[in-house]
Design a protein around this ligand. Structure first.
Ligand SMILES: Nc1ncnc2c1ncn2[C@@H]1O[C@H](COP(=O)(O)OP(=O)(O)OP(=O)(O)O)[C@@H](O)[C@H]1O
Length: 892
């Protein structure tokens, strides 16, 4: 059990309880005081914590974590979900409005109760016996991505008391990235909450198709269901059909930012008493059938647009409210409408009590108001006209509270009386066009929008993106997958001059690097040690450690605070330990540049120590002397091009990164990494492969020990995806890489020509100059591009022995004397695999003879060595099938 425990801890470490992640800021703007709660019967909200029927220790844990407010959304969902079987819910609200906590306490309550019952059953059993029917999780929580897996798991961990022996029963379980028998063992033994992405669930089923039904499942939660793709949901449905219990239907919870009638129908089909709890008034308005129109009009034509709508929906039939930006606009509109014979009741900021009392009885009278009149409690309007937009999205949403009295309950047992159709017209003019993209996104989720308006919104968004193109770090999904799949991603999605490769970053050829940090299985921070340009020889670059000491010395002097921070500039960050150079990535809005704000939030990226991105404040930034700013960064990012997460997720887990780090830390101390550059952008080298080279004491040579890309594929951490690679290349586009690739192609042709004209092989020990490649006889060496590294090792060892004149190998002199061609002799002793190119250059450094080899993995361009091979063609076709599969996976 000891080993099992260790492995298990490693597998599960990503989900270790982290109370910090449980408490994230409650976004006040998103937390509307309004809640629409519909069900068959009237829902009774809890008025205070003591009324909430949850286990005392869950409430106690919440209190300890500071989760001690009774938010309106939660005051409805907690009592409803804690009611037991058939009580499902659809929870709609903005992100950060307390939606996760709206379902989590009742879920943990059910889990804890179920575990306690099964434990008491266990006590009565004979030693070694197992309770009947015990299988799988009590709650299955599906979330859209791995980041969310971690957050939700942390919350489960924090709320579930650790009162049980986790060897028997796992409280919170995540699906590991690689196959693990322990995971299935845990699953079989019983789990409290299984938190997984749809892709992981499908993978789980594929790995264990004989998995039995989750007979104890009591809760099925789709968290952020609107962020799951149609394919993901379809995949999940297929699996759920196989694993859902046959005896009962679990309570289903769906959490979403927007209301969906299709999902609501599914929920109703699964649960007898579903509730709809919406904490967003605009979503509620659209659920209630409100029709929204967005019109782009010049400010001079706005009155006409209002009059047109009033003709279609006369105020004496439809109670009408018009929102203006301020009293001045309201006054002008009132005059214009009175001129058109409309009866208006303006509610100015200084309006008195009698005016307020008149307002609710104003049928046939148009009510004019601004966002500043919170005391107006109109709830039964039929037509809302937004003559001007609000100065914030949340205020604009709250205007729809005026429609809330007319929203009918679609779940009610008794049919509602037919209601008057509701209408909300937004008039956008040239002054507030920036809100258009957001508004169009929102309305498009629920209804069709005029294509003309959509096109304008798209153009405005592109312009806005362009304007901020210099301000954001590039989206990490683009850097791995070539495309961003996150609809609310705030990072930059277009290339800018900031991405251009500076001269000190090599554009092609091979590099030897020193590893600084592992960010993910395919993303590393490195320092360049040596560079070999195409057709060139290794050039040693200034030693990183020496550089670092030099840099530290230069930074010592800096003492002037850096103000105002400018995006893209290099400055000095003073941590508690040392000073280091950083590049400014983003700066919060500066109110007044003449006043130094030391608490101004700034996002920066380290350039020397490593390449981490972090947030700090201006008070910790100092001016960097110009000469030091110009010094090339000591650290670079290195990414493996075209390798994507094996699981089909869009990112790796922290645990995946740790596993790769572990692989690399198991290498002997003095290893370095060698790689062939595909292309480079500012600060990032994209490489196809990464080979760890270690020094072999006994042979006195450096030999390749680990091909990381192959290892990632072998251990099912990653898979090759040419589509992703091409998308990344396309993204960075010709502007940045055409020149580099052009150079490379030119040199490749040259190299090819050279190969054709030179003899096949020469004795390496004879003269230490560049050697052309070898063409082996068919069948003499391994044929597969994916030849095990061991074969290559053997070959290199033989080459080394040959070079060193090892008595056990054939010495050139002897063989010449014997009239044997030394090269052919070497070949007979050690068949050289197809993909091995004899060293171009041998050179000596201070410690050892060193091979400079074209190594190693299948992706090095050795095509000319086995171009006639039928088998390689077959293999290629297999690979292209794999790629097709990868493309599909990624598209999903
Ligand atoms: N009842 C509560 N009392 C105190 N704080 C709360 C309560 N509910 C939520 N919060 C705070 O609000 C934060 C966000 O809550 P929650 O994670 O439930 O929101 P969410 O809508 O699911 O947001 P997201 O989609 O971003 O995860 C929590 O981290 C917590 O700090």
């Amino acid at each position: 059990m000891e080993d099992f425990k260790k492995i298990w801890q490693r597998n599960c470490s990503s989900s270790s309880s982290n109370a910090k992640d449980v408490i994230r800021p409650l976004v006040e703007d998103n937390c509307s005081e309004f809640v629409l709660a519909h069900a068959r019967r009237e829902l009774r909200p809890a008025r205070q914590f003591t009324e909430v029927c949850l286990l005392p220790h869950i409430l106690e844990r919440m209190r300890k974590l500071g989760l001690d407010k009774l938010l309106r959304l939660q005051s409805y969902t907690w009592p409803h979900l804690a009611g037991g079987a058939e009580q499902g819910a659809m929870i709609v609200g903005a992100s950060g409005s307390g939606r996760t906590l709206a379902y989590m306490p009742p879920v943990c309550h059910a889990v804890f109760k179920a575990i306690t019952e099964s434990m008491s059953q266990l006590k009565d059993l004979e030693p070694g016996a197992w309770p009947q029917g015990q299988l799988g999780p009590i709650a299955l929580i599906l979330v859209p991505d791995l980041g969310r897996v971690r957050q939700v798991s942390d919350l489960c961990h924090a709320l579930l008391p650790r009162a049980f022996n986790e060897e028997c029963f796992t409280l919170t379980l995540n699906v590991p990235s690689t196959k693990s028998s322990e995971f299935f063992l845990r699953l079989l033994n019983g789990v409290g909450c299984l938190v997984t992405t749809p892709t992981q669930l499908v993978w789980l089923w594929q790995e264990a198709p004989c998995l039995r039904r989750f007979s104890d499942l009591q809760f099925l939660v789709y968290d952020d269901v609107d962020l799951m793709s149609a394919d993901q949901l379809e995949g999940v449905q297929k699996v759920l059909r196989k694993i859902m219990p046959l005896t009962h239907s679990p309570q289903v919870v769906m959490v979403s930012q927007s209301y969906s009638s299709t999902l609501m129908a599914k929920l109703r089909a699964l649960n007898g008493n579903p509730a709809l709890v919406i904490g967003d008034i605009m979503e509620a308005a659209l659920y209630g059938g409100t029709r929204m129109n967005v019109s782009l009009v010049r400010s001079s034509a706005k009155v006409n647009a209002v009059v047109q709508l009033l003709r279609q929906r006369p105020p004496h039939e439809y109670r009408t409210v018009i929102h203006c930006v301020d009293d001045w606009h309201m006054q002008r509109l009132e005059k214009a409408l009175r001129d058109q014979a409309y009866n208006c009741q303006p509610y100015y900021q200084n309006s008195n009590l009698p005016a307020l009392q008149q307002v609710p009885n104003s049928r046939g009278v148009i009510l004019l108001c601004t966002d500043n009149c919170k005391e107006l409690s109109i709830r039964d309007a039929h037509t809302l006209i937004h003559y001007s937009m609000s100065d914030s999205w949340s205020k604009f949403k709250m205007r729809h509270l005026m429609l809330s009295g007319n929203l009918s309950n679609s779940l009610a047992a008794k049919a509602n009386p037919v209601k008057v159709p509701l209408h909300s017209l937004v008039l956008l003019d040239e002054n507030n066009h920036q809100e258009l993209p957001l508004l169009v996104d929102f309305v498009q989720l629920h209804q069709e929008v005029d294509p003309g308006v959509v096109a304008v919104a798209k153009r405005i968004r592109q312009e806005m993106d362009k304007a901020k193109s210099d301000q954001q770090a590039l989206c990490s999904q683009i850097l791995v997958l070539g495309k961003c799949y996150d609809p609310v991603c705030q990072d930059r999605h277009n290339v800018s001059h900031l991405d251009r490769r500076p001269d000190h970053i090599p554009a092609s050829g091979d590099v030897k690097v020193q590893l600084v940090k592992v960010y993910s299985p395919t993303h590393f921070c490195v320092r360049l040690l040596e560079h070999m340009p195409l057709q060139g020889s290794w050039q040693t670059l200034p030693h990183p450690e020496v550089q670092e000491i030099r840099m530290l010395h230069k930074l010592e002097m800096a003492s002037t605070h850096y103000w105002p921070p400018v995006v893209g500039a290099i400055c000095i960050y003073q941590s508690t330990i040392a000073k280091e150079r950083v590049r400014v990535l983003a700066v919060a809005t500066i109110q007044n540049v003449n006043i130094v704000q030391s608490d101004l939030p700034v996002k920066v990226q380290a350039v020397d120590v490593d390449t981490r991105i972090f947030s700090t404040t201006c008070g910790l930034l100092f001016q960097c002397p110009e000469s030091v700013q110009r010094e090339p960064p000591l650290a670079s990012d290195l990414r493996l091009l075209g390798l994507v997460p094996y699981t089909g997720e869009r990112s790796w887990t922290e645990e995946d990164g740790r596993n790769v780090k572990l692989m690399l830390t198991q290498l002997p101390k003095d290893y370095f990494l060698q790689s062939k550059i595909q292309f480079a952008t500012a600060g990032t080298l994209y490489v196809r492969d990464l080979v760890a080279i270690v020094y072999e004491d006994q042979l006195d040579v450096h030999l390749p020990r680990l091909n990381l890309a192959e290892e990632l594929v072998k251990t099912t951490l990653a898979k090759r995806c040419e589509k992703a690679a091409n998308m990344i290349l396309n993204f960075f586009g010709e502007v940045f890489i055409e020149k580099d690739i052009g150079e490379k192609e030119e040199k490749d042709v040259l190299e090819q020509k050279l190969l054709e004209t030179k003899p096949t092989i020469e004795d390496a020990s004879n003269n230490q100059t560049a050697k052309p490649s070898v063409k082996t006889k068919e069948g003499a060496g391994p044929k597969s591009k994916k030849e095990p590294i061991a074969v290559l090792n053997e070959c290199f060892v033989n080459c080394a022995l040959l070079q060193k004149g090892d008595p056990t190998s054939s010495s050139r002199q002897d063989s010449t004397q014997a009239g044997i061609d030394p090269v052919n002799q070497a070949q007979t002793q050690s068949p050289i695999p197809h993909m091995v190119v004899r060293p171009l250059i041998y050179h000596q450094n201070t410690t050892t003879w060193e091979f400079d080899l074209y190594v190693i993995g299948g992706d090095y361009d050795f095509g000319y060595l086995n171009e006639d091979s039928d088998e390689s063609e077959d293999e290629d076709s297999d690979e292209s099938e794999d790629e097709e599969q990868n493309l599909d996976d990624i598209d999903r």
